[in-house]
Design a protein around this ligand. Structure first.
Ligand code: SAH
Ligand code: DHB
Ligand code: MG
Length: 222
């Protein structure tokens, strides 16, 4: 079983489960045209985010890492008309492209993209009294996952869900001696989960069009 099989199987289920989606297709093409890396969640992962958000009945979502707005749209589509999603993005050009895609999705009334380093915009959000969020999706720089997870805990309440993308990285998470700060960030996050009484959490390995990776899902319980 290799990447070719994983991609074919993603397409197999995508064809059967997801209807054609011009808005999401445009998010991918505009991102590519703007020179962004193709690291949006896959179509099936996006559908999973959407279903989880729907199932939770989320009214407020925080996303860290917007890119072209693909996952943003998947999540925000689960919100009621008076719901709100705030997405934090470091690169102004990414935020600009995402904003256009969010408008194209008809979600501009519910979604706000904030430009800046998340480590700076998160305390601003807290100061403004934002939250508690029903769902937090952490998908920016991996080295900072421990910091983002700490903020996510501050900005949620019991019953909220915190989802962290890219916790396996082709298996590199096992490499304790890795000199990659992203891997060390993921490993520190895994150790935090181990000793964090405020969440019930799991980590699931995934193969997809995006290779071998994984997701951590943590429900806030205290
Ligand atoms: N969630 C998106 C993909 C995000 S890719 C999707 O699935 O569609 C990661 C994004 O995080 C990139 O756009 C990158 O510019 C942004 N990013 C990287 N470092 C950041 C930081 N320190 N603060 C905020 N955003 C950051
Ligand atoms: C990378 C980042 C992501 O968020 C992702 O889902 C896949 C890859 C990256 O930076 O390589
Ligand atoms: Mg990701």
């Amino acid at each position: 079983m290799t990447q070719d099989t994983w991609t074919q199987i993603d397409h197999y289920y995508q064809e059967r489960l997801a209807t054609k989606d011009a808005v999401l297709d445009t998010a991918l093409t505009t991102g590519a045209e703007a020179g962004m890396p193709p690291i949006d969640v896959s179509a099936n992962q996006g559908a999973l985010l959407h279903i989880l958000a729907l199932t939770l009945g989320t009214k407020s979502i925080l996303e860290i890492g917007t890119l072209a707005g693909y996952s943003t749209i998947c999540l925000a589509r689960a919100l009621p008309a008076d719901g709100k999603l705030i997405s934090l993005e470091f690169e102004p050009t990414h935020a600009q492209v995402a904003q256009a895609n969010i408008e194209n999705a008809g979600l501009a009334d519910r979604v706000e993209v904030r430009v800046g380093k998340a480590i700076d915009t998160l305390p601003q959000l807290a100061e403004e009294g934002a939250g508690p969020f029903d769902l937090v999706f952490i998908d920016a720089d991996k080295a900072s996952i421990p910091d983002y997870f700490r903020w996510a805990l501050k900005l949620t309440k019991p019953g909220s869900l915190i989802i962290v993308d890219n916790v396996v990285r082709g298996g590199e998470v096992l490499n304790a001696d890795s000199d990659d700060p992203d891997i060390q960030g993921i490993r520190r996050f895994a150790d935090m989960l181990n000793s964090e009484p405020r969440v019930k959490a799991t980590a699931i390995q995934t193969v997809s069009t995006k290779g071998y990776d994984g997701l951590a899902v943590a429900r806030v319980i205290l």
